[in-house]
Design a protein around this ligand. Sequence first.
Ligand SMILES: [Zn+2]
Length: 199
Amino acid sequence: MYSESFKKSGSVEVICGSMFSGKTEELIRRLKRAQFANQKIAVFKPLTDNRYSDEDVVSHDLHSVKSRPVASPEEMLDIPGDIQVVGIDEAQFFDDSLVKVCQTLANAGKRVIIAGLDTDFLGNPFGPMPDLMAIAEDVQKVHAICVKCGSLANHSHRLSKDRNLVVLGEKDLYEPLCRHCYNNARKAGDQESAPNPES
Ligand SMILES: [Zn+2]
């Protein structure tokens, strides 16, 4: 379980899991606790993610904290010196330079809390997340519930046939599945999309 004892020396924390796993809720919970302790926070998210609001990190149950959409991780270095906690949502959409930026912030004594998808819809490690997990002092995997069998879910299964890596959407486009149900769904999908031998 995650601990809040790193704050004096700077640290990197990663919260990751599939869609609908409560990553953003956990990010917001930690940020609000920091605010209750009168710590100054700055929150960022990638410019691409405007599903709910351009101004807020918004979780699915609509608890939110103010955030700044940025095009590149370097912009996160442009913060007032008295900021103690930096939150980053949807971190999987940033490029690999996010890793260096998080190191720079943590080395400057800041507590960096990152939330993101650990794997993409094909089940592969997503963007800078694996490297962030490697350098982090603390990693928490959060889980959704498999919509097919009720087990813990760690996969985001895309319901459409779109093959683009980044397709933003919610319950209309993705469903959380466990490993077993995800593999079955992928197999069924591959058979559906295989060319018809008679055509
Ligand atoms: Zn399942």
